[in-house]
Design a protein around this ligand. Structure first.
Ligand code: GAR
Length: 207
């Protein structure tokens, strides 16, 4: 499967928090480094600081809370909003929810996620804390396509950062975040240039 390649694409970004990765993608679009625009930012939490930061850039924002809904029901509301905004690519950027299989089927090969660790090590929550507590010498960031598992989809790009003696979860997170802000826009650019080819578990970067 070859990805992207549309003239000027439309991105939907899902967040749950401060939205710094969302901003890094939005800025790269503005600066012409990604041939696409952020069409919509959706948060599952109404008080996510990223919502205001997106609105300040003039990006349409939406809150879709889960509340009493089941996972699939909530996901289908999010899918409907993404479809209404005619997005080509969905970027999870600190979206702290697992997507249902039905959501993923709606956007085959068109959902990316960023994870603050070198997958497949330390998937799930608090990857940076897991790395510090385990005592690894290297951690980093991973951008991957989303499949039905937990942080298990085909890997697009990775960047390694050293874990320094005396690092805390906070200091390591900050070092990784710098790399995330470089890596995610780069992966999205490759996507919209049509240069990502998903071949089973692997992603081939063409050109
Ligand atoms: C980022 O470090 C991202 O990698 C991580 O949450 C943070 C969100 O920051 N995502 C996960 O842990 C997903 N499992 P941001 O809201 O400033 O982009």
């Amino acid at each position: 499967m070859t990805t992207g390649g549309a003239a000027r694409g439309r991105i939907g970004i899902l967040i749950s928090g401060r939205g710094s990765n969302m901003l890094s993608i939005a800025r790269a679009c503005r600066e012409g480094r990604i041939p696409a625009d952020v069409a919509l930012v959706i948060s599952n939490l109404p008080d996510a600081p990223g919502l205001e930061r997106a609105a300040a850039l003039g990006i349409e924002t939406l809150v879709i809370e889960k509340r009493g809904a089941g996972r699939r029901e909530h996901d289908m509301k999010v899918v409907a909003a993404l479809r209404a905004a005619r997005v080509d690519l969905v970027c999870l950027a600190g979206y702290m929810r697992l997507l249902s299989a039905d959501f993923i089927r709606e956007f085959p090969g068109r959902i990316l996620n960023i994870h603050p660790g070198l997958l497949p090590a330390f998937p799930g929550l608090h990857a940076q804390r897991q790395a510090v507590e385990y005592g690894v010498r290297w951690s980093g960031a991973t951008v991957h396509f989303v499949d039905e598992g937990l942080d298990s989809g085909p890997i697009v790009l990775q960047a390694a950062v050293p874990v320094e003696p005396g690092d805390t979860e906070e200091t390591l997170s900050a070092r990784i975040l710098d790399e995330e802000h470089r890596l995610y826009p780069e992966a999205v650019r490759l996507y919209f240039e049509g240069r990502l080819r998903i071949e089973g578990r692997k992603v081939r970067i063409t050109g």
